[in-house]
Design a protein around this ligand. Structure first.
Ligand SMILES: Nc1nc2c(ncn2[C@@H]2O[C@H](COP(=O)(O)OP(=O)(O)OP(=O)(O)O)[C@@H](O)[C@H]2O)c(=O)[nH]1
Ligand SMILES: [Mg+2]
Length: 389
């Protein structure tokens, strides 16, 4: 058993879980209740994606975070009451909890407690299918575990998960914690090397194609994979689903754009992993190999769910993630998807604010011809600079 399978065993959700979700707003995490409510909504959707039923939600106002327990004793009592009354056995906290806080809460409440990152890691583990996605998810888990090993109380060694030789064969004076750390660091290095190979292969394939490339980027569930399916005439469809993180790696497809000067025009369009708010840099870094496709694309197609009540945040998250990748200066176009679900007034306001954006619907394929036409035009005359700022 390796570190990640142990980790997955700890977190992979089971149907028998009945969860309480707790959001907290205060000076440290969310200034106002609205921001926290939106974030909690997303956590509920993450929980659902992980296969856990959430039966109750609580909101606390709190100006500062309690160091040992995260919550104050009064809040813990309210949590305990809700758990007892509803017979719940899992607690989701919409925050990034420290390992000692997680452990203290679990001991105090005698149930499993998961923070936002743990839920996301759980979903990653559940959804990874290809070799690249599996490697990236294991890397994300190991990067998550490494600084927390102490808080986990040497859990890997205790369970023999490192595959390390038993007592007596270790170096003199070496603690289990050190053995775990060394094992994990070695594994991280190995995965990084393997992922570099994957990237190198993709690089070679990219050069061989010699076609303009467009990368579909955007918030998770915006409709990137559905848009690729709509653009594509092929019957082989990319997996798209109304759950978060349906896509965990890239997928490129040659798309027919029409004819120019009686010659067929093609481009490569690449689907990518979705972004989400409050994801630590180390987790994003684990998806480097997949996200590298964005850097190599000639033009970024920024896909947004135009009907999302959190569109404002999503525009910001995508902009900051592109900046983090160093791809914010790339030529890019804004594509508002799910236009069938947008209220007319909201649409008008967005059209006024983003007059150059293209609108469409990946399901009915409305607007897809316009998107295709736009790509064809870029093909002939590439954008010199970002279409938006
Ligand atoms: N009503 C409507 N639903 C859409 C549209 N486009 C996509 N969807 C739905 O939205 C959900 C998410 O679509 P995906 O294509 O999986 O989204 P994604 O951006 O690839 O998501 P991740 O891979 O999870 O980041 C699916 O249930 C789609 O059927 C649209 O234009 N209109
Ligand atoms: Mg997708």
């Amino acid at each position: 058993m390796d570190a990640s399978s142990l980790y997955q065993k700890k977190l992979v959700s089971k149907e028998q879980y009945r969860a309480l979700c707790v959001g907290q707003y205060g000076s440290r995490y969310f200034k106002d209740k609205r921001g926290q409510e939106e974030s909690l909504r997303e956590l509920l959707m993450l929980a659902e994606t992980a296969g856990v039923k959430t039966l109750h939600e609580l909101f606390f106002h709190h100006a500062d975070i309690h160091a040992a327990m995260f919550f104050t004793s009064g809040q813990i009592e309210r949590i305990r009451k809700a758990l007892d009354e509803l017979g719940l056995n899992l607690l989701f906290v919409d925050a990034q909890l420290k390992p000692n806080q997680l452990r203290n809460l679990e001991e105090e409440l005698k149930i499993r407690v998961l923070g936002r990152i743990e839920v996301i890691l759980d979903i990653f583990a559940m959804r990874a299918k290809t070799r690249e996605a599996i490697l990236q998810v294991e890397l994300a888990q190991l990067l998550y575990i490494l600084p927390r090993l102490k808080g986990l109380g040497g859990v890997l060694s205790r369970q023999g998960a490192t595959g390390a030789p038993g007592i007596g064969t270790r170096g003199p004076g070496e603690t289990m914690l050190e053995t775990d750390r060394r094992y994990i660091r070695r594994r991280i290095q190995k995965i990084r090397d393997d992922l570099k190979d994957v990237e190198r292969h993709r690089g070679t394939a990219r050069q061989g194609r010699n076609l303009p490339t467009f990368a579909l980027v955007g918030y998770t569930n915006a409709g990137k994979s559905s848009t690729l399916n709509a653009l594509s005439s092929s019957s082989q469809k990319v997996f798209a689903e109304d759950k978060l993180f349906a896509t965990l790696d890239t997928f490129s497809r040659k798309i027919y754009l029409g004819e120019a000067d009686f010659r067929p025009q093609y481009a490569v369009v690449t689907d990518t992993v979705g972004f989400i708010r409050n994801l630590p840099a180390s987790l994003v870094a684990a998806f480097q190999s997949t996200l590298a496709e964005i850097k190599h694309a000639d033009i970024v197609i920024e896909v947004h769910d135009a009907s999302s009540p959190q569109l404002e945040d999503e525009l910001q998250v995508v902009a900051s993630e592109l900046a983090r990748l160093g791809s914010d200066q790339k030529p890019r176009i804004l594509y508002f998807n799910k236009d069938d679900l947008v209220f007319p007034d909201d649409r008008k306001a967005l059209q006024k604010r983003f007059p150059d954006a293209i609108w469409g619907n990946a399901l009915s394929k409305d607007g897809i011809a316009a998107l295709r036409g736009f790509l064809a035009a870029q093909n002939r005359q590439p954008l010199a600079q970002p279409a938006l700022s």
